[in-house]
Design a protein around this ligand. Sequence first.
Ligand SMILES: [Zn+2]
Ligand SMILES: [Zn+2]
Ligand SMILES: [Zn+2]
Ligand SMILES: [Zn+2]
Length: 489
Amino acid sequence: MCKKVITLSICVLLSFSVIISAIPSSAYSTQATSNGNPAKVSFWFAFFRSEPNLSFGNIQAIYLNGREVTVLGYEGGYAFVQDNKTKNKGYIHKFLLNDKTLDITKEYDYVYVDMEKEGSIKVNYAGEGKLVWELSKSGIADITQYDDRSFSVTGLSPGTVKLTVKCNGNKDSCIINCINKWEEPETSTAKNNFSLLHTPDSSNVNLSLSKGTAIKACGNIPNKKDYLYVYIGSVQKYGFISISDFPGIDYVLTQYHHYDNGYGVRFSSASNKIKDYASVLNDVTMENFNLKVAGFVEKYTSVADECKILRSGSVTSGNISAACKQTAGHLDGTCLTTANLRNDLTKQFGAGSGNISQIAWTGHIMTSNLDDRSNSTLGVGSIIITPCGVVNSSNFSNLSNSEVRKGSLYTLVHETGHQLNLYDYYCYKDMPSQGALCSNVNCADCNGVPHASGCIMLKRVKVEEVDIDSIYCDECDAEIRKYLAENLD
Ligand SMILES: [Zn+2]
Ligand SMILES: [Zn+2]
Ligand SMILES: [Zn+2]
Ligand SMILES: [Zn+2]
């Protein structure tokens, strides 16, 4: 994987390592030119400082999300950068940049990298001794070690990789993990005294803070469900707190929304539309369960896209409703099924888990359109959403924008119900003969399973036209609470 890129980078990094080993580490950040990585502020704001420390006195400017800089080096938790517009040089906390190069110094037992999508990182070690690595899960990423001081990891997926880096000659063990940074922080006030942690490891306390302190919850680490990544304005520090210390959020479910090229062709502003649906879902789960559903949206190339690209070179409005026409039988004719979309999704992004959902939104019409509206089930961390519920069933043109929105919200909230351990209670209407029972053993009609009538697991509820706390009925509500307490606590 990425062999070409690695070969090209080796000579650059080899010469880089010679430079950094020849200069003292205090000068490392400002002198090493790294390779002048372009980077952007990837948080809602960041302080641009004259020095890499936390005093109010040295803040030069506030940079908003998207501000472009060039990374010249690192010092502690800071990147030394040059602003692309003003050409001023200064420091920005490296967690707030989308730069994927990490430095490790011996002050850090752990290093966190924001990995919102599959990608690669470079790791440079500026301390004493050698650097060796080990992956806690094997076979999910490729590692190339260049020398004693740098290596590169490719093929990382969001939230799935914990990389342990041991620095020989020191006791340090550096763990690289992934923070999901939320778009909008949730602000709250501490109800009790609490600890701000340097890392999500309670043995490593940064500060003890008191009741009444304002806290912004800024993100989470998918594999560490007990912690939130927070910002404390009064002391200007980022860190971790136990989720039990954060009033207002009791649980976090992370959903990665992947929309394919077909979806992008079918719906304009696809990314914003899905962010909007994710935000309504979050309102529903926060109000009902104090469950934060952190949603991340990105475009991907699905197997259904590939089918159309094979057929006519690209995905267009003219082929998003077309069947597979590969002469040899593309994937034996199974390309346009939800099962195959799921295989492909989980191959690309991982299978999901109890607190991580991988969601595919496709704009392509599936082979069996009427049966394949969406697809998710208990204990499976992935959801497939097809256009079936939001297109005209005779010609597959889109329904009106407001119908698309209603249908999409229903599907997302309903399918998330399955992720939270709920069954379908509606009738599958697949009885082979009149009078026979449908295949849904939980069907309220055929199998007489008692179920509250207004529940989204029973009927197509218009999420924004009913009471938010009646969307999941009392029974489903109790089931979700049980699931959250057992699995997300
Ligand atoms: Zn095909
Ligand atoms: Zn369902
Ligand atoms: Zn039925
Ligand atoms: Zn229900």
